[in-house]
Design a protein around this ligand. Sequence first.
Ligand SMILES: [Mn+2]
Length: 315
Amino acid sequence: MNKYKEIWEKIISYNSFVILPHVKSDGDAIGSSIALKLILESINKKAYIYLKDKIPYNISSFLKSEDISKNKKFDVEAVIALDSGDISRLRDRIDDFNGVDFNIDHHISNDNYGKHNLVLPEKSSTGEIIFNIIKNNNIRISKRVAEFLFIALATDTGRFMYSNVSSDSFVMASELLKVGIDSSYILNKIYSEKPIEKAKLESHVIENCEILSDGKLAVFALTREIQDRFCCYDTEDIAEKLRDLRGVIVSALLYEYNSQVKLSLRSKDDTVDVSTIAIKFGGGGHKQASGATISEDNINEVYKKVKLELEKVLK
Ligand SMILES: [Mn+2]
């Protein structure tokens, strides 16, 4: 049996669900979660999305207040994890439940922590996997579902720029546009509404980053003090800004977050697989975008170690 039909048949054998996107949720995690919630509701199932964090500013304008619950809402029969490369990315919520029933994801480092797993690293986004579930099971795509699947696809492909884009991604985008979504409006909402303090913080990072390995590596340590100074705690996309400099192949952004040090790694092409570095620091992800949460609390110490590892790879 086709894997998309198989997973859907198992899912719909239950009647109520909690959907858990990963912590520090992004467009793919939230977009795929809302799309799945809506299609489950369209066949009279009960589903809610449980996420405690603040939603990124550029996604929140698409949401209605009832879309996401900050608290555990009701007892459910099944737990669905979406876009979470490992179970620790659900850690602030998973203890409220009895394990993960369905693990649907596209991270290569995913270790199949669910009772049922659909992990497809060749897919651009978890949104693309949900789209395939929809297509293979002849589920109707409403305009709102299409909008969120487009958000998932567009954000996880860096607006169709990363090498995870395949002809399937464009077929998917085409089908979503046929449903009647306004892709230009959606992309403008996501990418052209940057708060000025975020733009200023980005400028500071660019101005003060270290360029190493003959210009191929850009690194920066974003301390809490700098975040306070710019009144900006949104680090989304800053590693991308470093990667996008001419000559840079790999960028690394370290930042202090909730008394931990986080690492974001980005690479411009397939020549360097940054997930191998992320794994060394206890994290994971994709070839071109990965990250880690590091238990060492001194950001400057971590910075030295990360630089050393990256300089080895870029020699
Ligand atoms: Mn994703």
